[in-house]
Write a protein that binds this ligand. Structure first.
Ligand code: PEP
Ligand code: MN
Length: 467
């Protein structure tokens, strides 16, 4: 194994040590997934481009550092024990084109605003995490798409092919994995600058609201920000030191779908000797690739990152126990997160037996609600959408179930954006179907817009503070 040259890491000495990471070429078991059944993978059009891309990815620097990943695991352990709350949000599918400073900053600002609402409302530390800087690969229900009698391969995310409906664009181009890496790097760079360079300073809590459209949620946020201002002024007069408020921790995450990419970015951490998938801090396994004896579960069982698994309405308690045995055999707090996405009509019935089984087994996982993916419908005018009321109802159901069982509802996972899009129906300043024609921008699933995201944060803050 060749050691990579060490580059300067941003903050701690742990991160610095972790920057020296080897390519994991012959680490035992890391390639076991290649002999297992695997779903949702591309059929690359040019093997030579694939070989060259994987080779380059495996020597490029890590995008995140193992020391940061370990910090996240500790934070998630606190959330699993009811001492923190995870807020995870971002696009269904990031695109290369939309990785601009404006779009990235409005998404980060929205997540910071939601986090402030939650922290202030619930008096709990909030772990801030983007579905960002790597959310480029999408599972699809069909391999093909037909338009006006023409059938082409389905869009699988910018890391695989283009959204444009032409044979050239829809071909599976392995060279896109390199562009995904570089786009992730520039996105992360901007996120790091925003969250550590003074922009995320809590004293600027009003600034984060600037530039967004005035609406009911906007006004409610402004009034909360005034309360925070008053509290800060009071503390400042008491001589409190606000240096600590200048920086926030912000973590990246994405669905670990494209295993060629994830494997190529896996490195051996020089401090611990363990493999870390350095494409992101947190990785999750989707509802469609969580079969126990398939490739995705096997590969992710072997890296040290905290791992999430999406659990849909057909999940049984035994499925959950088997996933725990495979992904978290040592029952390590913070290692495993279950992201449930049952649907508003099903959560109150389907979630309790799973939670009960897991609790009875003694395992401690982090329970997170994804109120988006079980509530997708098609609008009358043909758009993939979600009703904001269903999203809110699934969140309420999640809180009710955990309240009844005495377990902790530890996080929220949402598809959202800071932009003023019209993709989900309803909200305090309601979006209707007609608005889709002008303001529907997602290339995959519908996202909450800025106002709907804040509104949801107020609901969650209310539910958390009641506990
Ligand atoms: C997603 O998070 O975009 C997704 C595809 O979710 P799920 O695996 O829950 O369907
Ligand atoms: Mn989605």
């Amino acid at each position: 194994m060749t050691e990579l040259s060490t580059t300067a890491a941003p903050d701690s000495s742990a991160a610095f040590a972790a920057a020296s990471q080897s390519g994991a070429a012959d680490y035992p078991g890391l390639d076991e997934w290649r002999s297992l059944p695997i779903n949702q993978q591309p059929t690359w059009s040019d093997p030579a481009v694939f070989d060259a891309s994987v080779k380059e990815l495996s020597i490029l620097p890590p995008l995140v550092f193992a020391g940061e990943v370990d910090v996240l695991r500790e934070r998630l352990a606190a959330a699993a024990q009811g001492r923190a709350f995870l807020l995870q949000g971002g696009d269904c599918a990031e695109t290369f084109e939309a990785a601009t400073a404006d779009r990235i900053s409005s998404r980060v600002k929205t997540i910071l605003q939601m986090a402030v609402v939650l922290t202030y409302g619930a008096s709990l530390p909030v772990i801030k995490m983007g579905r960002m800087a790597g959310q480029f690969a999408k599972p699809r229900s069909s391999n093909d798409e037909t338009r006006d009698g023409v059938t082409l391969p389905a869009y699988r995310g910018d890391i695989v092919n283009g959204y444009e409906f032409t044979p050239e664009s829809r071909a599976h181009d392995a060279g896109r994995m390199l562009r995904a890496y570089h786009t992730s790097a520039s996105t992360l760079n901007l996120i790091r600058a925003f969250t550590t360079g003074g922009f995320a300073d809590l004293r600027l809590v009003h600034q984060w609201n600037k530039g967004f459209t005035a609406n009911p949620a906007h006004a409610r946020y402004e009034s909360l920000a005034k309360d925070i201002d008053r509290a800060i002024t009071f503390m400042q007069s008491c001589g409190a030191d606000f240096e600590a408020l200048k920086r926030v921790e912000f973590f990246a995450s994405h669905e670990a779908l494209l295993l060629d990419y994830e494997r190529a970015l896996t490195r051996i951490d020089s401090r611990t000797g363990f493999p870390y998938d350095t494409s992101s801090h947190f990785l999750w396994i989707g509802e469609r690739t969580r079969e126990l004896d398939h490739a995705h579960v096997d590969f992710l069982s072997r890296v040290r990152n905290p791992i999430g698994v999406k659990l849909g309405p057909t999940t049984s308690g035994d499925d959950a126990l088997r996933l725990i045995d495979k992904l978290d055999p040592n029952r390590e707090p913070g290692r495993l997160t279950f992201i449930t996405r049952m649907g508003a009509g099903k959560i109150r019935e389907n979630l309790p037996p799973i939670v009960e089984k897991v609790t009875a087994s003694g395992a401690q996982v982090l329970w997170v609600t994804d109120p988006m993916h079980g509530n997708t419908v098609t609008s009358k005018n043909g758009y993939k959408t979600r009703r904001f009321d269903d999203v809110m109802d699934e969140v309420r159901g999640f809180f009710e179930v955990h309240e009844a069982l005495g377990t902790f509802p530890g996080g929220l996972h949402v598809e959202m954006t800071g932009d003023d899009v019209a993709e989900c129906l309803g909200g305090a300043d309601p979006i209707d179907e007609a608005a889709f024609e002008d303001r529907y921008e997602s290339v995959c699933d519908p996202r909450l817009n800025h106002m709907q995201s804040l509104e949801l944060a107020f609901l969650v803050a209310g539910s958390l503070s009641k506990r």
